[in-house]
Design a binder for this molecule. Structure first.
Ligand code: IDC
Length: 529
């Protein structure tokens, strides 16, 4: 009885609150009209972008979850996705991931489930999603904006672009002390204000910024193919990789898997097998961590040198890849890298085949200016002292995707190229746009690793997405290596499990991914000499 009474009193009070709220022109009983976020909530609600909670309240001081944030962002772009399987927001989350609003490791999808998406989203990730979805082409001045944020030094490098552009656009303002608190959550009220500012800004964009259109050095690049005997020493002219004669050249081929695990697929026969399908480059993925070079330097170094010699025998270019991965910051082992590359560059000083890739994928809490650039400068000078003109490939934070940071602050020197890595099941148009902008700013790009799978090496395969990517690279004469030449039971592997490494291969030995990739070594546009 007492319970029932309390229920009725509660309901009547609730209704009264709603009536008062309606009389004041406010949408939710727990949103006061004159509050700092009241107008934003009202505007968003009127536009149909907010629905509030099941009990009719808005809960402004509750931290917004990742799922809620993504769904509202999607609505702001004018899309609404119907319920997918599993979590109520799964369709929206998958869409957002495929659009590249966040990376696969930022909101994880595990065994068919979005995990942790009901947890509060961090401010840095929220701002990244907001900027990618609503204001992707916002320009900013690094020095000006970073100085406005008092806790900038605590920001992870992968969020620089989002946070700095959001600051430049007036979307984020910081607290009284100018701090952004990148890893804290944000309340629903704060989120609502961010959405409203982003929408306002978007509505007022000049048409040129709303649709930047393509702006690349060349989108119709004729390239030559062929091996080292035909092309000789490579060189970079403008943004383009060229052969010794100065003609644009494109390299296409496979990357090995880790030498410590799949070294048996790295020999003269396997490299020859890719050459037989038209490949002219082979990448030697020498993991440093994960039981690789740092744990057994002599064995792995011998294997890498053997691989280079096998590539040379087959007239192939060879990329010697210092494959940092779990050891995310290249500075962690810069001395070991200097010793290794000094020896390699000395040994192969006269060999035009070798391309040096000095850090596969910087990741985690690394920055371009503070870690990767100084590392690259040290390695470039070590290699240059011994091999004055070889091509050197340089990675960037966020698994070699932050080439915009390198484009804004490149390294001095000749014949330097910047790697860009993608996985067709995870990465898409926004990153192709990023490559175009980096190239327009003068950066020369080499895709030293890409996969037909998702970024974790499995899932898919995503042949249609891969085709779009390869056509894109082909139009621009951008070189690539595919991950990976091994028989591991994962979709990115080119060989079926159990394939013998010591004989010729036929189509039957290739996986779906392998068949697709091998058929693209010779591009339709290459002029075969
Ligand atoms: C993956 C391999 C997988 C291995 C894992 C950890 O495919 O078999 O267990 O590494 O070593 C990269 C890395 C590359 C990854 C690949 C796929 O450069 O080492 O290989 N990937 O996850 N960057 C993005 C994706």
């Amino acid at each position: 009885m007492e319970k029932l009474l309390r229920y009725w009193v509660g309901s009547i009070l609730g209704v009264l609150l709603l009536i008062t709220a309606a009389a004041q022109g406010v949408t939710f009983p727990d949103v006061a009209a004159g509050s700092w976020y009241g107008a934003a909530v009202e505007e968003m609600t009127q536009k149909g972008l907010l629905t509030g909670c099941d009990d009719g309240t808005f809960q402004p001081m509750r931290e917004i979850s990742a799922a809620e944030f993504v769904v509202i962002t999607l609505r702001c772009t004018g899309r609404e996705l119907t319920l997918g399987e599993g979590h109520w927001a799964s369709a929206a989350l998958s869409y957002a991931r495929d659009e590249g609003w966040f990376d696969w490791d930022e909101l994880s999808f595990d065994r068919g489930c979005w995990t942790a998406c009901d947890e509060p989203i961090s401010r840095q990730l929220a701002v990244k999603i907001l900027m990618k979805a609503l204001l992707p082409n916002t320009k900013y001045d690094f020095n000006v904006e970073s100085q406005k944020i008092s806790d900038f030094s605590s920001l992870n490098g992968r969020y620089y672009e989002a946070v700095l552009s959001a600051s430049a656009a007036g979307i984020i303002k910081g607290d009284e002390a100018g701090a952004f608190h990148p890893e804290r959550g944000l309340t629903r009220a704060e989120a609502c204000v961010l959405f409203q500012r982003a929408l306002d800004r978007r509505e007022n964009l000049p048409p040129s910024q709303a649709d930047p259109g393509p702006k690349t050095p060349s989108q119709n690049m004729e390239t030559v193919s062929g091996g080292v005997s035909e092309n000789g020493w490579l060189q970079v002219k403008g943004t383009q990789l060229c052969n010794e004669a100065g003609e644009p050249v494109a390299l296409h081929g496979m990357s090995s898997h880790g030498l410590q695990w799949y070294g048996h697929f790295v020999n003269s026969q396997t490299i020859q097998n890719t050459a037989a399908y038209g490949a002219n480059v082979f990448r030697i993925a020498m993991y440093t961590g994960e039981g690789g070079y740092l744990s057994q330097p002599d064995v792995i170094k011998e294997k890498a040198f053997e691989a280079i010699d096998a590539a040379v025998q087959n007239d192939m270019y060879a990329i010697l890849d210092w494959h940092i991965l779990s050891d995310g910051n290249p500075m962690n082992h810069v001395t070991e890298a200097e010793i290794f590359f000094a020896e390699a560059a000395e040994r192969y000083a006269e060999t035009p085949n070798i391309i040096y890739e000095i850090c596969n994928e910087p990741n985690g809490n690394v920055t371009w200016a503070g870690d990767v650039k100084p590392y690259a400068q040290r390695l470039v000078s070590v290699i240059r002292a011994r091999s004055p003109k070889s091509i050197i490939l340089i990675g960037s934070p966020t698994w070699s995707q932050d080439i915009h940071l390198a484009a804004a602050d490149p390294i001095e020197g000749e014949n330097l190229m910047y790697t860009f890595h993608f996985y067709a099941g995870t990465h898409g148009q926004d990153l192709r746009n990023r490559i175009d902008s980096a190239r327009a700013a003068g950066l020369s790009v080499f895709v030293s690793e890409w996969g037909t799978s998702r970024a974790d090496g499995s899932g898919g395969v995503f042949l249609e997405e891969s085709r779009v990517w390869l056509d894109y690279l082909e139009e621009r004469g951008i070189s690539w290596c595919n991950w990976s030449l091994c028989d591991k039971d994962e979709t990115s592997a080119a060989l079926k499990p159990g394939t013998a490494p010591d004989r010729d291969w036929t189509e039957k030995d290739l996986t779906v991914s392998g068949q697709f990739v091998f058929s693209r070594f010779i591009s339709s546009k290459d002029e075969v000499k």
